[in-house]
Write a protein that binds this ligand. Structure first.
Ligand SMILES: C[S@@+](CC[C@H](N)C(=O)[O-])C[C@H]1O[C@@H](n2cnc3c(N)ncnc32)[C@H](O)[C@@H]1O
Length: 504
């Protein structure tokens, strides 16, 4: 099978595993409406944001839509992922601009995308799908990249959407025709994934068909409108059923020959194919110059793969079209889908992404073409606005002081089992059970202050007061006073914080 290679590939292949876990800190002043709605806008580099989201959402996201920079050579996107390789270090902090034909902007784009796609794949549920907007600059590279990350058997479709038309001077010669479409690549996590294909409702077509069928069936060879079935054929249904059909005007003599014919209504629902040029790719309503998408387009994507309570993720959020589409679908077609958006640029995230979603939630005014304004009703809902903070572990490998019990519990459970804990967790030293193993955490005085180190040390009395589990137990704490043989007898593996906590 052909694979894609590029300069820097080796350096980024394991990068998604090396990125440290960070915490998300919510800003109440920038959050809107009911924070319990479960919607999230995260400001920060999606590389770190996606990693920070893993302990909450791994395997839970049903639909991912992303609209990364198309890499036209005219955009200013920044590659500053901290990858420790000489080639990439040379590129660090460079703005990727037009660089003649040296192709290095393609290497950089691929280096940027690879670890992000790896993290996105981990967030996607087994029955989920990912949709990626691209244009001709990276479409072919992106296909091969996705084949590698998601598996070529999980390629589903390439949808084409209309680009804005260009005017040229009369009789002007150009190098190539104007590209009439951009693409949306669709991959699923598993090749068993089913979708609800987009459809078009058309006028119903009625057709009249001959009422006979091949074969000999004596009970269906009665006389009808003065005819018997042709040789070696019988009527389609029994005589009683035929009478019922005549009463309902579903069976009649053929106007020309008089032979029986029955009415067939063809479905008026046509499945749309991958040609979505009925939709413009661009949206023009929010004056976001950096690739604002059409809400109807994103609604079509979300409708195709989500259930009424699915989580939808967009990690290149821009003006927040994906959140708009999710809120609109919930309101107009029913449901309680949640969105998670990530936007790198602080000013865009605050002033464009969050601001648009806030207006969409609470209502806003638009200018009418012929002057004056008109009110657009709010769709309701709310979101939390979060930022990325420090990594969970400092440069000496110690747990950062700001890390709360819930944060470390979530991290430990995820890094040990690959499973996220539920969004709301009960504060208990028994943080979760997976695969017949119970995980315990003694940290931040969870056992109360009367005991040694606030109960962070595993002693006989602490062990007695822990919630019981009869199978294998893995206990994280600052230290233990129990002997190895006692631990073995009790079915305990003890792991010391911070040394035995996986940090990436
Ligand atoms: C093409 S725009 C997306 C437009 C969006 N689909 C819309 O409808 O408005 C890409 C966005 O991704 C953001 N971005 C680029 N690199 C990013 C990164 N590493 N992490 C998060 N966001 C990033 C850019 O700031 C930009 O706003």
């Amino acid at each position: 099978m052909p694979t894609l290679d590029w300069i820097g590939k080796k350096a980024v292949e394991n990068h998604h595993n090396e990125i440290p876990f960070r915490l998300l800190k919510c800003d109440n002043n920038l959050s809107v409406g009911d924070p319990e709605e479960g919607n999230l806008i995260v400001q920060g580099d999606n590389l770190h944001a996606l990693k920070a989201l893993l302990p909450y959402y791994a395997g839970k996201v049903k639909c991912i839509y992303i609209d990364p920079p198309y890499n036209t050579g005219n955009e200013k996107w920044i590659y500053n992922d901290n990858v420790n390789s000489p080639e990439i270090k040379r590129w660090l902090n460079e703005v990727v601009g037009r660089e003649g034909e040296d192709l290095s902007r393609h290497d950089k784009w691929l280096c940027m995308m690879y670890p992000r796609l790896q993290l996105l794949r981990r967030l996607l549920s087994e029955d989920g799908g990912i949709f990626i907007s691209v244009d001709y600059n990276e479409e072919s590279n992106c296909r091969l990249l996705l084949d590698e990350v998601f598996g070529s058997s999980n390629y589903r479709n390439t949808f084409v959407v209309s680009r804005v038309k260009k005017n040229i001077k009369e009789r002007e010669k150009v190098k190539s025709a104007n590209f009439g479409h951009n693409s949306i690549l669709f991959y699923s996590k598993s090749n068993r994934t089913l979708i609800d294909p987009p459809t078009k409702i058309q006028e119903k077509k009625v057709r009249w068909h001959a009422f006979d069928a091949p074969g000999i069936r004596p009970t269906m060879e009665y006389e009808l409108f003065g005819f018997k079935p042709p040789k070696n054929r019988h009527w389609m249904y029994s005589q009683n059923r035929a009478m019922e059909m005549i009463n309902k005007e579903l069976l009649r003599p053929n106007p020309r020959s008089g032979k029986p014919q029955y009415r067939l209504e063809e479905s008026n629902i046509t499945m749309l194919d991958t040609n979505w040029t009925d939709l413009q790719e661009a949206g023009f309503k929010w004056n976001f110059p950096n690739g604002e998408k059409n809400v109807e387009l994103i609604k079509r994507i979300v409708r195709m793969i989500s259930d009424r309570d699915s989580i939808i993720l967009d990690s290149f959020a821009g003006s927040g079209t994906t959140a708009h589409a999710v809120l609109d679908l919930n309101k107009k077609e029913g449901g309680n889908r949640k969105f998670i958006l990530v936007e790198l640029e602080e000013n865009i995230c605050k002033e464009v992404t969050a601001e648009r979603v806030k207006r969409v939630i609470s209502g806003y005014e638009v200018e009418k073409p012929k002057g004056g304004t008109e009110k657009v009703e709010g769709l309701g809902g709310g979101f939390r606005y979060c930022k990325l903070t420090k990594p969970l572990f400092d440069e000496f490998g110690n747990v950062n002081k700001e890390v709360k019990f819930e944060d470390l519990a979530r991290h430990i459970f995820f890094s040990e089992t690959g499973q996220p804990l539920p969004e709301k967790i009960i504060k208990s030293p028994l943080i979760g059970i997976y695969d017949n193993t119970a995980y315990y955490l003694l940290y931040n005085g969870i056992m109360g202050d009367k005991t040694i180190n606030g109960g962070n040390m595993l002693t006989s009395s602490i062990l007695k007061s822990l919630p019981k589990y009869s199978g294998q137990k893995i206990i994280f704490g600052e230290g233990t006073r129990l002997s190895l043989s006692r631990l073995r007898k009790e079915g305990i593996i003890f792991k010391q914080i911070p040394y035995e906590v996986k940090v990436t």
